[in-house]
Design a protein around this ligand. Structure first.
Ligand code: NAD
Length: 509
């Protein structure tokens, strides 16, 4: 842990970035909601929260904006997102740094998150000329049947602390191109990066000109403000990213009023290392997947099944990697593992490790690392060898804990792999084509993301992102995820002089 450090004042630096990006001081000074930096544990700002009435007024304004924006041609809407991509490129260093300050990500991951925002903008600009439906053969002569995709309305966005800005951009870039307005309830743990992202979008809006007032709104507040948005009938779609607990509350509330949801919830992702695996590759992929972002990614690798024939080769090497990984202040050092978000995250990790030990687990690492401040929570990532999949292994603990288990039989390990509530990401390491293809087949991984010879985390924006079962079933980002942000109309046009009815029904009057 001997990493060179220089002192950084997170309070001053956060304020300087916000001011540079044009965020008004009264939005983050003297308010009622503190924001902390996990890097030092210090309070870095006090934000003004919105009341329920103010939230409703913002949603109303967004709804009004939607009614004008939906009539702007889609490729023109794409121009706004092209400008947003340009503004993000210009602000990449500042926003990336603010992500590191507020979410505790190491520098390359803070910057990587902003790059992901830029990537989705590029994707959405192209998409703005591809929002097309099908033309379908009809059984009636002189008729044409087709589908049209229309904007939906106000899209509510709820985000988690661990991807404080990228998830907003996945939703916003697509929603705006699709002709919707957006209202964003960011995590109460990372509200500053939300204000910064909104300021960057406002720069793009100013350059675009003639954007209806209120097209993009931010609601600063805790989960109660999220609930206000979830219950508002002017919000036809809520895209909510966070824990499965949150999804269990939000999902039924939306269903009750027949609103749509995109639920992006917790993961308990696994990897399988087979006898033929390239172990050097598996080692690197496992290390990044399990320890990267201090285990605070929804796609973090949490369970590893290793075939008994390679267990004694791979696991000692993994333990070595765990022992040598650098943990430290992400702003001042070149550490690969930054802090946990807060004390509750640290307590949850310790609780899971205690339970794992009680169930026969052997723990390597997991202890707290002093990185200067008593109010910051840095930990050594933990590798836990478990006799079987039980206890804390079947739940997501949002911390760097990797449970490692030995397996013998391929079919049995696939069953174990799928025997948890979450269904987000998965990977297999094998050079055996039968194993790889079986894993990807309908009888293989039951997750929304299934990979071969790469880890569970670090998705690209081109694919649809999301998972099954307790992960919520939503899809965001690439592929045809845009369809969730629009409503589909099936249109049948009769250009004949007759009125034939479908299915041969006759109704002559
Ligand atoms: P969290 O569930 O505590 O909070 C997420 C967001 O939901 C916050 O903005 C919070 O204010 C809001 N919220 C909570 N309860 C709500 C309610 N009843 N009504 C409306 N809004 C409510 O999650 P977190 O600790 O910020 O993030 C970590 C979790 O998010 C992990 O479980 C992780 O796996 C998950 N996550 C999932 C994805 C994905 O794409 N599947 C991505 C990132 C994070």
């Amino acid at each position: 842990m001997n990493i060179a450090a220089k002192a950084v004042n997170v309070v001053e630096e956060a304020a300087a970035i916000l001011s540079k990006l044009g965020v008004a001081e009264q939005l983050y000074k003297g308010g009622d909601m503190p924001s902390y930096s996990p890097v030092t544990g210090q309070e870095i700002a006090r934000l003004k929260t919105v009341s329920a009435a103010e939230a409703a007024a913002k949603i109303e304004a967004a709804d009004k904006a939607f009614r004008a924006w939906r009539n702007v041609p889609a490729p023109k809407r794409g121009e706004l997102i092209r400008l947003l991509g340009e503004e993000l490129r210009a602000a990449k260093a500042d926003l990336g740094r603010l992500v590191s300050i507020e979410a505790g990500k190491i520098t390359s991951e803070g910057l990587g998150e902003v790059q992901e925002m830029i990537d989705i903008c590029d994707f959405a600009v192209g998409l703005s000329r591809q929002l097309y439906g099908l033309t379908i053969a009809t059984e009636r002569p002189g008729h044409r049947m087709m589908e049209t995709w229309h904007p939906l309305g106000v899209v509510g966005i709820i985000t988690a602390f661990n991807f404080p800005v990228a998830v907003w951009s996945w939703n916003t870039a697509l929603a705006l191109v699709c002709g919707n307005a957006v209202v964003w309830k960011p995590s109460e743990k990372t509200p500053l990066t939300a204000l910064a992202s909104q300021a960057i979008l406002e720069r793009a809006i100013a350059r675009f000109g003639e954007v209806p007032e209120g097209l993009s709104q931010v609601l600063i507040g805790d989960r109660a403000i999220g609930e206000v948005m979830v219950d508002n009938p002017k919000v036809p779609l809520v895209s909510a990213t966070g824990s499965t607990r949150m999804g269990r509350e939000v999902g039924p509330r939306l269903a009750k009023r027949f609103a749509r949801s995109i639920l992006e919830l917790g993961g308990n992702n696994a990897g399988i290392v087979c006898p033929s695996a390239d172990l050097d590759m598996a080692l690197r992929a496992v290390a990044f997947g399990a320890m990267g972002t201090a285990g605070q990614r929804c796609t973090t690798l949490r369970r590893l099944f290793v075939h008994e024939s390679v267990y004694d080769t791979l696991v000692p090497r993994l333990k070595k990697a765990y022992a040598s990984v650098s943990v430290g202040n992400p702003l001042e050092t070149s550490a690969l593992v930054g802090p946990l978000i807060d004390k509750p995250a640290f307590d949850n990790m310790q609780k899971a490790l205690t339970e794992a030990k009680a169930q026969g687990g052997t723990v390597t690492g997991g202890e707290r690392v002093e990185a200067g401040q008593a109010t910051a929570y840095y930990v050594k990532p933990a590798l836990v060898e478990m006799p079987k999949q039980q206890g804390p292994v079947v739940e997501e603990t949002f911390a760097p804990i990797l449970y490692v288990m030995k397996y013998t039989d391929f079919d049995a390990v696939i069953a174990e792999h799928n025997a948890v509530g979450a269904g987000l990401s998965s990977s297999i390491f094998t050079l055996d084509m039968r194993e790889a293809e079986t894993f990807l087949s309908s009888e293989g991984s039951d997750c929304g993301i299934a990979n071969v010879n790469i880890g569970t985390s670090g998705a690209e924006i081109g694919g649809a992102f999301g998972g099954e079962k307790e992960t919520g079933g939503g899809r965001e980002s690439g592929s045809d995820a845009w369809k969730a942000y629009m409503r589909r109309a099936t249109n049948t046009v009769n250009y004949s002089k007759a009125l034939p009815l479908a299915q041969g029904v006759s109704f002559d009057i």
